[in-house]
Design a protein around this ligand. Structure first.
Ligand code: SF4
Length: 368
């Protein structure tokens, strides 16, 4: 057993968990709705059955922090159209391959002969471009602020190496505008946010102070282990019960107020904020990160004219409402019936960070 294993185990210690749960029960006097932003947090909550340990007055709803889930359908269809081109090697993280577009998914296209490769980093895609000068190599650059620095580094590396057959199809999103969008909805039930610890590792949490004061809502930067999550919930409930609404950091072993300045610098060098569609939610102003003009040569959307994209969302899927915390996966009539991880109708059932996937994988465990 190595030190890393010991370290993570200490954040799963059942006695410590019970202690924090007891503290949460002690301070909770009324109903509260909390949203965890990140799909990784949703999976940890379901995996460890943390929702089952909480007092019944506390409801956890699941936020939009699943990059695969919020990548808009038109961009997925565009990815498919580009991947079909015979001159293209299309590179993507593995999670995206099963995400249904309007007609097919990338797995199906690969089975039909398209050159689609799973990579673990955009830098792998740059290497593929270097090794295949007669091909166009496209990386599907999806994700939140956590993945953007590596995407930016791939562009800078391609430029420095004079690699011209590399481009990225961009669908990057930012968390703070999504928090604004959720809280300004007249249907919002969210009374406190557990902010995504890994996003804050990169971006810090300085941007959250104005959100907390504008909407009078506690925001607690929270990690991913059981104790991290319970500590985030405890701090949120303590604030709610005391009518406070400030930003607190319950993940101080990884997150600084100003985040990772070097990572932010590289992001700002290559990308700029832009409006972006979120699947199931719609357009959120300034919620995306697009390539700056000086890097437009690397923009796959400009490089490949794939014509008009006509999308067709599966009519039964309620992913948009789940991503806004308005409904739960169990509310979907297709859940576990016509929609399963092997036959997904929507992205939240595919992704390792999707709420539907988490419920499917762990709900039996929770009910046992
Ligand atoms: S269970 Fe499937 S169809 Fe229903 S919301 Fe989730 S992904 Fe969509």
């Amino acid at each position: 057993m190595n030190k890393t294993t010991d370290f993570s185990k200490s954040f799963r210690d059942s006695h410590l968990v019970q202690g924090v749960v007891a503290e949460i029960k002690k301070v909770t006097t009324q109903n509260w709705v909390l949203m965890e932003i990140c799909g990784g947090q949703t999976h940890a909550i379901m995996q460890y059955g943390l929702d089952q340990l909480l007092p019944q007055q506390i409801e956890l709803v699941h936020g939009p922090g699943c990059p695969v889930c919020v990548t808009p359908l038109d961009q997925i269809d565009r990815a498919h159209a580009i991947a079909r081109l015979p001159e293209v090697i299309f590179c993507s993280f593995g999670d995206m391959l099963r995400v249904p577009g309007s007609e097919v998914d990338l797995f199906t296209l690969r089975a039909r002969g398209a050159q689609i490769r799973v990579v673990y980093s955009p830098l792998d895609a740059v290497k593929i471009a270097q090794e295949n000068p007669d091909k166009q190599v496209v990386f599907f650059a999806i994700g939140f602020e956590t993945t953007v620095p590596a995407n930016a580094a791939s562009i800078l590396q391609a430029k420095a190496m004079g690699i011209k057959n590399y481009s990225i199809l961009v669908s990057q999103v930012r968390v703070p505008p999504a928090m604004h969008a959720i809280l300004s909805s007249p249907h919002s039930r969210v009374q406190a946010f557990l902010a995504a610890g890994h996003v804050c590792t990169v971006m810090g949490y300085w941007e959250y102070h104005s959100i907390a004061s504008q909407y009078k809502i506690p925001i607690v930067v929270t990690g991913f282990e059981p104790l991290d999550l319970l500590q985030g919930i405890l701090l949120s409930i303590q604030q709610l019960e005391s009518d406070l609404h400030i930003v607190e950091n319950a993940y101080s072993r990884a997150v600084l107020e100003n985040g990772n300045q070097a990572a932010q610098k590289i992001i700002n060098l290559v990308f700029k904020p832009c409006d972006r569609n979120w699947r199931g939610i719609g357009n959120i102003p300034q919620s995306g990160l697009c390539l700056r003009e000086e890097f437009s040569l690397y923009d796959a959307e400009k490089r490949f004219q794939v014509g008009h994209i006509q999308t067709r969302e599966h009519e039964i899927c309620i992913a948009g409402e789940i991503l806004q915390g308005l409904k739960k996966p169990f509310d979907c009539p297709a859940f576990g019936m016509s929609c399963t991880p092997t036959n997904p109708l929507g992205a939240p059932m595919v992704s390792s960070e999707g709420a539907c996937n988490a419920y499917f994988r762990f709900s039996n465990l929770n009910n046992s």
